[in-house]
Design a protein around this ligand. Sequence first.
Ligand SMILES: [Zn+2]
Length: 274
Amino acid sequence: MIIDSLTHILPEEISKNLNQFKRLDSIFNDFFDKNTKIVQAEQLIKQMQKNGINKSVTAGFGWTNHELAIMVNDYILLSKKQFPEEIIPFCSLDINSKKSEEELLRCISKGVKGIGELHINNLENILDNKIFNNILKIALHYNLPIIIHGSEPLGHKYRGKGRSYPKFLFKLVEKNQDNIFIFSHFGGGLVFYEQMPEIKKIFTNVYYDSAAQPFLYDKSIYRTSILSSSINKILFASDFPLIDLNKCLKQTDYLTDIEKKHIFSYNPISVFNL
Ligand SMILES: [Zn+2]
């Protein structure tokens, strides 16, 4: 079984009205221009079949517009109905909208398996954000993982890189040690700090995904992360359609069978409660 722990799908209406949504939502504006690839569920499924992927997490982004969040969540839930075996639905939320708690409960009632991908850029304010803290409480109650984008403090810039740096992600875990977090893109490098015993100790519920790895790191990061953190906490993810599925899969060729079984199958089955 191969599970891709992070992909993104969006309704066709969005691809057709790009500029309208760019004006509506600042995260959307950060991520998308006319060259950004957008796919619908059918195209994702076709690529999954071509590359031997059995299931994929389908997620939104950390929207700043509540209506856009609802629209994308509805589309992801509809796609789950259409492809019940293949799609693992996640919901995205505007963490500054008072209506987000209600939206999260609605999505939970319809079977979402987690929250995300969230993009959090106002790091200083977020730890005291009442709405976000309530979202964390609901996630904890329902045992739902939260995928949060991780930004590397160094290196090249890219669309949507943001400012979710390891230092902030650490503070988030420190304050919410019982929540299950999946930090995307190896947590912007946070995974390496798990070699410090005091960090490893409080990071028992933290996972990392490899989304967009070929754009960011050498393939050796898979082995390095397993050694830094744990074979039980690394998830294979592509970030499709941002990047070609085959290109991502090939980067894992050097791993042992047991390492592959964990990143492709055992770890996502456990963290997503499949
Ligand atoms: Zn991301």
